[in-house]
Design a protein around this ligand. Structure first.
Ligand code: ZN
Length: 315
């Protein structure tokens, strides 16, 4: 199935639209991008001056990525500690890569940004990798009282056009995901689906007292062993299984469709756009898809949320 970016964008409410034209107007050049990063970190250019030991207004130093204290002239650098700091790629190209990443549902290939901006494939690929690193929401706590957990497998059998497996095939990587009723998701590439592994993920991301639903139709060995060892219950969680007879009824309550929709989007994207992803980089892709998923109500303005991560994570 193809990614329907075009159609999707038409259904975005007006106030959440942010077109390429809007992007060009707001960020016509590197200077406007730099100004944006500066404003995100230090609104109105007011920052603590290391020399004055006071909050001072800072002004742009022309020809440099620096702003100077209005009183003593000491410089501050908005790009310091960000993913842009050591990059020789134009700031606007970075912004554009983020815009593209936020404007698609299925993902964006390094080839596309290479084609459109003229950076090398290697540079494009590295930019996307770094942007993905910004999108990890490792501290996300899902709010109960009901969450659903599911698992799937990514990668593995890569095929030639004929459907024949390629040589040097790697094993499939298990991915576990937990989704809350309101629909935020946490997805992790996991070494295995043992009870202890899944329980660790639940501990990290689910509030105790929550009820965790799993689908008994799939292979929940891990969940079952958690239950057997009573790990879940003693940690303060309740576990319920969605079975055949109650499935239709329960579905409405626990958003089985949400997590399944996420899997299909992820697989469509990775198979269609990225073709194959090695286990080493899989988490980055999961972070990218989860971030878009968790910010899906923002329309195209998700670009601004991606951008905000740059300064949030700057040290
Ligand atoms: Zn100063």
């Amino acid at each position: 199935m193809k990614c329907r970016t075009q159609k999707q964008s038409q259904s975005i409410p007006e106030e959440l639209r942010y077109t390429f034209k809007d992007f060009n107007l707001e960020f016509p050049d590197d200077d406007s991008c730099l100004e944006h990063v500066k404003e995100e970190r230090w609104p109105n250019g007011v920052a603590r001056c290391s020399k004055c030991k006071q909050d001072r207004k800072h002004h742009r130093v022309s020809g440099r990525t620096a702003y100077a204290c209005g009183y003593c002239g000491t410089h501050i650098y908005p790009l310091a500690g960000t993913i842009f700091e050591k990059s020789s790629t134009s700031l606007r190209t970075w912004f554009y890569a983020m815009y593209l990443m936020g404007s698609t549902r299925c993902g964006i290939s390094a080839k596309q940004i290479q084609r459109e901006t003229g950076v090398t494939y290697k540079t494009a690929w590295r930019m996307f990798k770094q942007i993905r690193q910004l999108l990890s929401e490792d501290d996300l706590r899902l709010e109960g009282p009901t969450v659903e957990m599911d698992e799937t497998y990514m990668g593995g059998v890569r095929k030639y056009g004929t459907g024949r497996p390629m040589r040097g095939d790697k094993k499939k990587t298990p991915v576990a995901a937990i989704v809350e009723r309101k629909g935020r998701i946490v997805a992790k590439a996991v070494p295995d689906v043992k009870g202890s592994t899944l329980l660790g993920m639940i501990h990290d991301h689910v509030t105790p007292d929550s009820t965790i639903y799993t689908d008994e139709l799939n292979a929940y060995h891990g969940i079952r062993s958690m239950k057997r060892s009573d790990g879940l219950t003693s940690a303060g969680y309740r576990h319920r299984t969605i079975n055949h007879s109650s499935k239709v009824y329960v579905r409405g309550n626990v958003h089985t469709n949400t997590i399944e929709g996420f899997w299909s989007l992820l697989k469509r994207g990775i198979n269609g756009v990225y073709h194959s992803v090695s286990p080493k980089y899989l988490q980055g892709y999961l972070d990218e898809y989860s971030f878009r998923y968790n910010h899906r109500d923002e329309g195209n303005l998700i670009f601004k949320s991606i951008l905000a991560r740059v300064s949030e994570l700057a040290n």
